[in-house]
Every structure is written in C-alpha cells, then in structure tokens.
Design a protein around this ligand. Structure first.
Ligand SMILES: *[C@@H]1O[C@H](CO)[C@@H](O)[C@H](O)[C@H]1NC(C)=O
Ligand SMILES: *[C@@H]1O[C@H](CO)[C@@H](O)[C@H](O)[C@H]1NC(C)=O
Ligand SMILES: *[C@@H]1O[C@H](CO)[C@@H](O)[C@H](O)[C@H]1NC(C)=O
Ligand SMILES: *[C@@H]1O[C@H](CO)[C@@H](O)[C@H](O)[C@H]1NC(C)=O
Ligand SMILES: *[C@@H]1O[C@H](CO)[C@@H](O)[C@H](O)[C@H]1NC(C)=O
Ligand SMILES: *[C@@H]1O[C@H](CO)[C@@H](O)[C@H](O)[C@H]1NC(C)=O
Ligand SMILES: *[C@@H]1O[C@H](CO)[C@@H](O)[C@H](O)[C@H]1NC(C)=O
Ligand SMILES: *[C@@H]1O[C@H](CO)[C@@H](O)[C@H](O)[C@H]1NC(C)=O
Ligand SMILES: *[C@@H]1O[C@H](CO)[C@@H](O)[C@H](O)[C@H]1NC(C)=O
Ligand SMILES: *[C@@H]1O[C@H](CO)[C@@H](O)[C@H](O)[C@H]1NC(C)=O
Ligand SMILES: *[C@@H]1O[C@H](CO)[C@@H](O)[C@H](O)[C@H]1NC(C)=O
Ligand SMILES: *[C@@H]1O[C@H](CO)[C@@H](O)[C@H](O)[C@H]1NC(C)=O
Length: 689
C-alpha cells in the first residue's frame, strides 16, 4: 500500500449582491422568451453533477400570482427598466441542445448569464451569442458543450468574465478574443482546445488578471519581447500542460497569487515566483538543481507542489519557517537528500506533507510532532533510518501516516499512553525492518470511537481558500487536495485517487514482525485492509479475524502461520482479496461465500492445505511434497526481505495477477477530480446602470 497525494481542484463561489427591489414587472416578450427557453429542455434530475441541484425553472409559469418573470427563481430584472438582466440557471438539470433560434438570444438586456452544470447534449454555442452584447459575465462551465468557441464572442465587449471550463470545446481559441477588452477572467480549463498561441496576444487585455488555459492541447509561446511592463498584471496563471521550455526567471508578475506550471517539460532551475504567491504548482517537469533558499521569500504561500522533478541537494533549512499559512507541502519524487529541516515550529497550519520518493536520510526530527494541524504525512521511499516515530501519536488530526520503504527498525514501542493516534485511518509501515510483535495498540482507539456517523461521500482532503481582492471584486478560489493511495498486490499497482474518510487500512508487510497475530485484531472492527504479508508471524490465524465485518483485503501470506484457516473467515462478506499463500497451514480450505471466488494462488505454498481451489484432494495427502525450504537458498536466512522477494518471483511464475477493488476507495477515472472554476464575489451594489 502506498499513500499518495493528488491535487484535485474544486470550486466554491458565493455570489453576493444586495437584493434589488422587485417592484418592476416583467416585459411580456422576455417572459415568453424565458418560458420558450425553459420548454426547449427536458429537466432531468440526474443531469447536474451538483447534488444540491434544484430545478429552478419548474416554478416558472404565466399563471396566477407567479406570472411576473422578475420574481421567478434564477431571474433578476433591472429595478428601473424591468428588463431581465441576470439569469442564473446553473445546476438546474437542463437537458437538451441550445439552437441558433433559441429564445435565449432575445434576452438582449442580459448582463449576467450562468448556465454552468447542465447538460447541453454536446451542442455548440450558437454564433447568436453575439446578440447578448451587454453581457459582463458568461459562465458555461461543465455543461457538455462542444464545437468551436464562436468568434462572435468578440461582440461581447463588456464581458469581464468568461468561464468555459470542463466542456468539450475544440479547435483554437479565436484570436478575436483579445477584443474583449474588459475581460478579467478567461477560464477554458479542461477542454480539447488546440493550436498555438502566444502569451503576447494578451498584451492589450489590460484587465486580464486570471488566465487558465490548462488541460487542453494548446501550445503557448512566451515571446521574450513581452516584458512585464506590457503584459497584463496577472494574479493568476494556470498554464498546466500548455507549453514547453523555459519560463522567465524571476517571473515578471509581482502581484501573482496563483501560478500553475504543471506538466510542461520545463528544464533548468526552479523559477521562484514573487512573495505574493499563495499557490505555486510546478510538478511533472524536468527542473533540476537545488531548491534555492529564496523560495522561503514566498511568505504567504499556502500550497507548494514541486513534485516529480529532478531537484537535488538538501532542503533549505528555512523551509520550516514558511509563513504560518502553508497548508500543503509536496516535494514528492525528486532527488532531494540529507536530513529534512530540524526545527518545525508550533502554530503552523500544515495539513499535508509529501516527501516521498526522495533520498532523504537520517533520523526524523521529533519537532514534526509540533505540526498540530497535520492530517497526512508521506515519508515513504526514502532512506530514513530511525525507530518508529511514535511521537506522531499526539497529533490530534493525523489520518494518514506513511513511512514505507525506508530503514526504520526495531520493535515498535509506544512509551506512553498519551500517544493515542486519535484520528489515524491509514498506516503504512511496509518495507522496513521493524521487529517484535505486531503493534496493534496503535489502533486501540478504533475500539472506542464511533465512526458510524462518517459519510461515505467524504474524502480525505485539504481545502484551501484564497481570497484575492481585485478592486471592487473579491475573487474566491478554493482548491481541494485529495489524498490518494496506491495499493500494490503482486504485480498489480492500483492507484486510487480519492480515499473515503471511512477507509481504514494497515500495511505492515515486509518487515520482521514475529510472534502471533494477536486475537485483539478482532477489535478493529472498522478495518478494510490488513496486510502483514512477508514477516515472521507464527502460530494460528486468529478466529477473531472473522469479526472484521468490513474487511475487503486480507494478506497474511509469506509468514510461518500454522493450523487451519478458521471457518469464521467465510463470514467476511466484503472480502475481495485474500492471501494466505506460503505459510504452514493445514487442513481443509473453507468454502462458501467469498471463499468460492478465491483462486489457488491465494492458498499455494501450504503443504498441508487441501480442497478446492487447490487440486489436492483432502483424502489424498500422500502425493504432496513439502515445499522447498525457502530460506535455505537465501544467503541471510534472517532476512524476510530476501525471503519475500524470492517468493514473489515464484509467484509471478504462476502468471496470475490478482487485482483488488476496494469498495471504500474510489477509482476516479472521470475528470471530476479535476473540476475547477473560479468564484468571484462583488463588494457593494450592482444592478444599477
Ligand atoms: C505526492 O503528491 C503528488 C502530486 O500531488 C502526487 O502525484 C503523488 O502521487 C503523491 N505521492 C506519491 C507517493 O506518489
Ligand atoms: C442529443 O443529441 C443526440 C445526437 O445529436 C440527439 O439524437 C438527441 O435527440 C439529443 N437529445 C436532446 C434531448 O436534445
Ligand atoms: C429551432 O430550430 C430547430 C432546428 O434547428 C427546430 O427543430 C426547432 O423547431 C426550432 N425552434 C423554433 C422555436 O423555431
Ligand atoms: C437579436 O436581438 C434582436 C433584438 O435586439 C432580435 O430581434 C433578434 O431576433 C435577436 N437575434 C436572435 C438570433 O435571437
Ligand atoms: C457583431 O457585431 C457586429 C458589429 O460590430 C454586427 O455587425 C454583428 O451583427 C454582430 N453579430 C451578432 C451575432 O450580434
Ligand atoms: C486541432 O484538432 C483538429 C481535430 O481535432 C485537427 O483537425 C486540427 O488539425 C488540430 N489543429 C492543430 C493546430 O493542431
Ligand atoms: C520587470 O519589472 C521589474 C520591476 O517591477 C524590473 O526590475 C525588471 O527589470 C523588469 N523586467 C523586464 C524584463 O523588463
Ligand atoms: C512525472 O513527470 C513526467 C514528465 O516530466 C511525466 O511524464 C510523468 O507522467 C509524471 N509522473 C507522474 C506520476 O505524474
Ligand atoms: C528574497 O528576500 C530578500 C530580502 O528579504 C531579498 O534580498 C531577495 O532579493 C529576495 N529574493 C527573491 C528571489 O525574491
Ligand atoms: C476553507 O473553507 C471551508 C469552508 O468553506 C472550511 O471548511 C475550510 O476549513 C477552509 N480551509 C482553510 C484552510 O481554512
Ligand atoms: C509447521 O507446522 C507444524 C505443526 O502444524 C510444525 O510441527 C512444523 O514445525 C511447522 N513447520 C515450519 C517450517 O514452521
Ligand atoms: C460558474 O458557475 C458555477 C455554478 O454555479 C459556479 O460554481 C462557479 O463558481 C461559477 N463561476 C464564477 C466565477 O462565478
């Protein structure tokens, strides 16, 4: 099991404005246009991804007291003229196409139009959208639109906000878009737009503050003649997966708050954005060299992701002094080495640290226990050499602790009852040299806590909220970092992008744990995944495992367990992966329920086991040969590592690969976790001309 962290983005917007008085009566042509527009769709409850979606248009009618369209849900009229100036039908379950003759285009007084989160059946934006020349705000995000972005958008010269994210738009971004002089936000995130564009094309869009071109097939060229004097004063640039090559260093935008340069083949040293930066993401590039101490100049930083580059050297010691604002620190998969910074102060906000897949060494600084807000820490795949960091046990919010594949060693001792790990859900100690008995006391808390109230819809995540003041507007952005997890089972590596808060997993495989699996395992009733494979565990399989009613994956293979497989295990109705291979088990393999689904590789390497799915009949033991003594071939017969490795190779030989689907972990293949839009909030009044 590997614990990983993936960024996932989601939006939060509160659009507040002082409510206009509703004295004015609606114009007849506009109410009939609205009704016609409504009638051109069917309302399907399932068509909006927002669980709170409400079919606003259902109440629209010309009958009785509700006939004034200015009072209809989602409609706002100008208090003086009575014209419809705002239409917000976002998340309204609208299903159907928008045609060029749609009555929507008769609503020419519209200033704000929000049709986000509907299903327009892959129709195109008709060029007639150019009719709505008073629009300042157009939000069509996540609405199943396709085709090209119409050039007539250039007719909308008052537009300040254009949100087209998460649709299926194709082709280029029309160069005429630069005539939308007032545009402040251009968000085309997550479409299929292609073609080459130059950053310089935005030269004259002096108002443009937020540009999100990410997750398209666009190529962006940064011409060096575009200097900071002429480019817009960006405060947010999301150019993930948009261009190749170099970025200007230092970055010329002194007001930058959001900078995302992920997945761009960037080479050279790490660009350091200005101190104003709140979120800096530059993972999945080819940056090299050291992390300069100037990085600590970003005193407001909340999210820092430098993962999956080739950064080397040791970490600047100042890293731990990052403003009190840092929430997420992701340095995963680089070539960083040496000790991690020694002093971590109390009072920081850090929720998530991902230092995995580097070459960090030495002991862990116990001052990490000062990070009282910490929810997840991944130190896996490094060269830390230490005893078990029991002192993480006093962090009240710690949910995920991963120290897999290091040189941690010795028996696990919790010296004091105050180290309770009160919130721990996922513990991965695999591939180390821990010894002694299995430290189940770490989870004693699971016995007493009531987890019944936890929703299966909540995923372990960090939510960061940014507010960027922008003249009369405040932009609110909110980003979710979801923890994700990889589970490795004999050759199958499965990545789960979201982990339910409900999920409980313990991986202590490939260590030197010995003695029995304690009966008290049966107290951990909330457990979903238990892997203690490849240790020196002996004695019998405890009956009490049958109490773990939610168990989905149980791997106790490659140990020295003896006796029979308890019949009680057939009670485990959710068990999808089961492995007791290469032990010293005897007797009849239980049958029934889930046991009828397991293959012979779940049981092989136990000379005394018989019955289906193994081929040896329980009446005919004589034909069985004892297994070759596995540790004999090993140079160091004490090393379970060697032992395990050889067996796994044998395992491959049988050619069967078993995958687990953990019901409590979601494989998110759809771009749901990529969803992101911008929110904005106006200060003061609107709706007056
Ligand atoms: C650490 O974070 C990065 C980027 O968010 C993620 O891609 C990676 O999967 C995480 N951890 C591991 C162990 O891979
Ligand atoms: C959706 O589009 C398909 C294919 O163009 C069409 O057959 C179907 O009638 C459309 N559905 C609606 C409700 O417009
Ligand atoms: C709009 O055009 C479509 C064909 O594009 C047609 O089926 C529909 O009847 C027209 N609607 C109106 C109100 O004219
Ligand atoms: C554009 O607006 C005018 C009114 O200004 C209206 O007469 C015309 O029908 C509209 N065009 C479309 C395609 O709706
Ligand atoms: C766009 O504006 C031009 C003039 O600026 C006008 O001729 C054209 O009809 C407009 N297009 C639409 C669809 O409104
Ligand atoms: C954009 O994609 C379309 C098809 O999806 C293709 O025909 C066109 O050549 C592409 N344009 C560029 C500049 O790559
Ligand atoms: C950008 O502006 C800064 C001052 O704000 C200045 O020091 C720097 O030289 C400028 N860079 C370019 C390329 O003009
Ligand atoms: C790491 O970055 C490289 C590009 O430098 C990319 O090809 C690879 O997919 C990335 N790995 C992950 C796990 O995102
Ligand atoms: C970092 O801040 C120091 C002063 O606090 C300043 O001298 C230095 O130029 C800054 N470096 C960068 C790259 O911004
Ligand atoms: C962001 O806002 C949400 C509520 O909207 C809150 O639950 C969360 O704690 C906030 N995040 C931070 C880091 O303050
Ligand atoms: C296997 O178990 C039997 C008892 O069932 C015991 O006598 C024997 O020593 C065990 N073999 C190993 C290799 O542990
Ligand atoms: C676009 O609309 C959706 C749905 O109402 C909303 O979540 C998103 O924040 C909107 N974007 C802006 C900038 O208002």
């Amino acid at each position: 099991m590997r614990v990983l962290f993936l960024v996932s983005l989601s939006q939060l917007i509160v659009l507040t404005h002082s409510s206009p008085s509703i004295q004015s009566l609606c114009h007849d042509d506009e109410s009939s246009a609205l009704l016609q527009f409504k009638n051109s769709f069917s309302i399907k409850r399932s068509e909006s991804s927002d669980p709170l979606a409400c079919p606003k248009v259902a109440s629209w009618t010309l009958e009785g007291q509700n006939s004034d369209c200015c009072a209809w849900d989602g409609v706002i009229c100008d208090e003086d003229t009575g014209h419809v100036i705002e239409l917000d039908l976002s998340s309204c379950n609208l299903y159907g196409s928008i045609n060029s003759n749609s009555s929507l285009f008769h609503l020419v007084h519209l200033q704000r139009l929000n049709l986000a989160f509907n299903n327009f059946n892959y129709s195109q934006i008709p060029s007639q959208v150019g009719n709505l020349s008073r629009l300042t705000y157009l939000n069509l995000s996540s609405s199943m639109l396709s085709g090209e972005i119409p050039v007539t958008l250039m007719n909308l010269t008052k537009l300040t906000f254009l949100g087209l994210s998460s649709n299926n738009f194709q082709g280029p971004i029309p160069s005429s878009i630069v005539h939308l002089y007032n545009l402040e936000v251009l968000d085309v995130y997550n479409n299929n737009l292609n073609g080459t564009m130059e950053l310089c094309m935005f030269l004259n869009m002096k108002s443009l503050g937020m540009l999100d071109l990410s997750h398209n097939e666009l190529s962006l060229l940064i011409d060096e003649t575009c200097t900071n004097a002429t480019l817009p004063k960006f405060y947010g640039l999301d150019l993930a997966a948009c261009f190749d090559g170099q970025v200007p260093i230092p970055l010329p935008w002194t007001n930058l708050a959001i900078l995302d340069l992920s997945s761009n083949q960037l080479e050279g040293s790490l660009p350091i954005p200005p101190s104003s930066t709140l979120r800096y993401n530059i993972p999945n590039n080819k940056l090299s060299g050291r992390i300069s101490q100037w990085i600590c100049n970003m005193t407001s930083i909340q999210m820092l992701d430098l993962s999956n580059n080739s950064l080397s050297g040791s970490l600047p010691q100042c890293l731990n002094k990052f403003g009190d604002s840092l929430l997420v620190l992701n340095l995963q998969k680089n070539k960083l080495e040496g000790s991690i910074p020694q002093t971590w102060a109390k009072g920081t906000q850090l929720r998530m640290i991902n230092f995995s897949e580097n070459k960090f060494q030495n002991r862990l600084p116990t001052s990490l226990a000062n990070l009282m807000m910490l929810e997840a820490i991944d130190l896996g795949v490094n060269q830390f050499n230490d005893s078990f960091p029991y002192w993480f046990g006093n962090l009240p919010n710690l949910m995920v602790l991963c120290i897999r594949s290091n040189k941690f060693n010795g028996p696990i001792v919790i010296p004091n009852a105050e180290y309770k790990f009160p919130n721990l859900r996922v513990l991965d100690l695999s591939n180390n040299s821990f010894s002694g008995k299995l430290p189940l006391e770490i989870f004693q808390n699971w016995k007493y806590r009531d987890f019944e109230n936890e929703s299966p819809l909540t995923y372990i995540h960090v939510k960061a909220n940014f507010t960027i003041p922008k003249g009369s507007w405040n932009y609110h952005l909110s980003y979710d970092y979801n923890y994700s997890m990889a589970i490795t089972n004999k050759g199958m590596n499965m990545v789960y992008q979201r982990v339910q808060e409900l999920f409980r997993g313990i991986d202590m495989s490939s260590n030197r744990f010995e003695r029995e699996i304690p009966e008290s395992i049966g107290d951990l009733k909330v457990l979903h995944l238990f892997n203690v494979s490849n240790n020196f565990l002996s004695s019998n399989i405890p009956f009490s495992l049958g109490n773990l009613a939610g168990l989905e994956s149980l791997d106790i293979s490659l140990n020295r367990l003896s006796g029979e497989i308890p019949q009680q295990l057939t009670q485990l109705n959710f068990l999808q992966y089961f492995n007791v291979s290469y032990n010293n088990l005897t007797g009849h393999i239980p049958s029934g329920q889930q046991f009828n689904t397991f293959q012979n590789n779940s049981f092989e390497g136990n000379s005394g086991l018989c019955g289906s799915p193994l081929t040896n009949n329980c009446n005919n033991f004589d034909t069985l040969l004892p297994p070759a003594s596995i540790s004999e071939n090993s140079e160091d017969s004490d090393s379970p590592f060697e032992f395990g490795w050889k067996i796994v190779v044998i395992g491959y030989g049988f050619g069967t690969v078993v995958g687990v689907i953990i019901g409590h972990v979601v494989i998110a293949r759809n771009p749901d976790w990529l969803r992101k839009t911008f929110g904005m909030k106006q200060l003061g009044r609107r709706h007056r001309n």
